[in-house]
Design a protein around this ligand. Structure first.
Ligand code: ZN
Length: 267
């Protein structure tokens, strides 16, 4: 019984995480989330929406923790999902795996607070997350594919052009800036607004899915994507959630009030 269960788990991994040949043929509807930042209310709302939209597999682009008041619960939800994860700078900072010197004082305060909340189980989970991975024909990285450990931000097409030089998949999903945008390379590199599109095989794409738990594009709703590997459709989703509840927890935890205020402004 035990070995049968292991076999079926391995088989599931092969179907969804391996070279991807089988998964692409069948098609998988991925829910792609990132920059959750300990915001359980936003994560819950996003996962409810993804379920309704028929996402069957989940990908997490890192920064599960940092800023928000529910780092442990957010890690638990991501683990329950069996999500395919890469690490963000806040995840690694919370386990001492990347320096905190360059964080602003509020972010550093939140990192140190988060560190105290984590148990061994959570630390082990964050430690095991790689910086970058490929599955089913696409790449996942928190910051930028050309130097994932340097935590560079991709705000402009010029910066994205460097990433396209090293990218060997048609599509790469990223986070980090908390601003949803898609960079498109077709010889030259440009941007397109965060709207639904279908992947063309003559172009390559760097898709920033925006932030679940701390959006910074002026829209306070949680942001994420759905990628359907059968149709090639990338959908950009925004989801309202109980911001007041997330703010109250940040204040009650003694975290900097500015981290609560910014949630309502989406900045
Ligand atoms: Zn982040």
């Amino acid at each position: 019984m035990r070995s049968r269960r292991r076999l079926s788990k391995n088989r599931r991994r092969l179907l969804t995480c391996g070279s991807g040949a089988t998964a692409r043929r069948v098609g998988v509807r991925y829910g792609i989330i990132g920059d959750i930042h300990g915001n359980l209310e936003a994560l819950t709302a996003v996962l409810d929406m993804l379920k309704q939209e028929g996402a069957v597999r989940h990908v997490c682009l890192g920064d599960i923790v940092g800023y928000g008041a529910d780092p442990v619960s957010c890690i638990s939800r991501v683990r329950e999902l069996d999500a395919i994860c890469v690490a963000g700078n806040h995840d690694y900072a919370a386990i001492g795996q990347t320096p905190v010197d360059y964080f602003n004082p509020h972010a550093r305060h939140a990192v140190m607070w988060t560190r105290e909340q984590l148990g061994q189980k959570e630390r082990d989970f964050l430690t095991e997350m790689p910086l970058m991975r490929k599955l089913d024909g696409f790449t996942l990285v928190h910051a930028s594919p050309e130097a994932p450990a340097e935590w560079n931000y991709l705000y402009h097409a010029l910066e994205a052009a460097r990433s396209f030089q090293v990218l060997d998949t048609h599509v790469c999903f990223i986070g980090h800036s908390h601003i949803p945008v898609t960079f498109v390379s077709n010889g030259s590199c440009g941007t397109r607004p965060p709207e639904d599109f279908t992947v063309s095989h003559s172009k390559r794409y760097l898709v920033n899915t925006g932030s679940v738990g701390q959006p910074r594009d002026g829209d306070p709703r949680a942001s994420c994507c759905i990628f359907d590997t059968a149709s090639g459709l990338v959908q950009v989703k925004r989801v309202g959630y109980d911001i007041n509840a997330a703010q109250a927890k940040i204040i009650a935890a003694g975290l900097p009030p500015v981290l609560a205020l910014r949630l309502a402004r989406g900045e």
